[in-house]
Design a protein around this ligand. Sequence first.
Ligand SMILES: Cc1ncc(COP(=O)(O)O)c(C=O)c1O
Length: 344
Amino acid sequence: MIDLRSDTVTKPSLAMREAMHHAEVGDDVFGDDPTVNQLQRYAADLVGKEAAIFVPSGTMGNLAAILAHAGRGQELLLGDESHIYHYEAGGASALGGLVFHPIPTNAQGELDLAALNAAVRPAYDAHAAQAGLVCLENSHNRCGGTVLSLEYLAQVQQWASSQNLPVHMDGARVFNAAVALGVPASTITKHVDSVQFCLSKGLGAPIGSIVAGSGEFIKKVHRWRKMLGGGMRQVGVVAAAGMIALNEGRERLIDDHVNAKMLAEALSQLPQIELDLASVQTNIIVFGLRDSTFSPEQLVERLRQAGVLIVPFKGRLRAVTHVDVNREQCTEASSIIAEVLQSA
Ligand SMILES: Cc1ncc(COP(=O)(O)O)c(C=O)c1O
């Protein structure tokens, strides 16, 4: 099977398994796990923040960060296409009492500044919930892995600080964004108060995410992580794989981007496929079908039978490149997709 469903399907490398085997561990709830402490320090430095905390998943990282920034009855201004809005089970609302205030998202994954501004209701109005936090996503999953520009981030930062609003970045794939822009991740994250990024996506670790921000903020996230059940014990066995992911996975992401571009170019030449090459900026390819010979679900099933896994996505289809699919397999996948479409 050539598995292009997501960059979360990767298996830990041999180096990761060896590091896990040899990891020095301690009880991390006591702050005693040296491998976790090392990972947290290293991760904080990479994104230019004072402190960082290791959490089991991106969803928990985003939730703990949101709850540390804002509270019950406050509004969370977030993109109407964001992962937090669509795919995190409404946690900030269900568990934190925050009010989701979705803002229209453009094709690049940006939230319009005028719309953000209009979403902030006057403090004197007792009828209105008050904005408590802005969330951005970078790279943007539902927009097809698009990358926010540094200029846009600077504008949001300036506007948010004028409103006294913190900004959190769901940077599940922030290192993909950094590679696409050719800048260190800290050049991106300096524009936000906090960031969550996943070790378990393109970086290739089996488990885990990081939340980074100021020291005071991370203390609050630490409390929320405990409350959410994310305090883990000898979790250095997992953090050890995370260290390898950060050390060896970041630079390698460029291969996934090159493979995605190559696959996208091949697919865009098929008459049955509608694909905007400009939208392929990182490791995610989203494409549509020009005719109704196959529904996305039918094509997914036919491709599965032929040995390629992709997913239906917003009425279209999504393929994601990652460490466990090499260039030859991407070429093979494009040939299989062409054959299946031509067989109709
Ligand atoms: C943009 C984005 N944010 C957050 C998450 C959540 O991460 P996890 O699956 O580790 O909870 C994902 C997962 O795919 C994601 O794509």
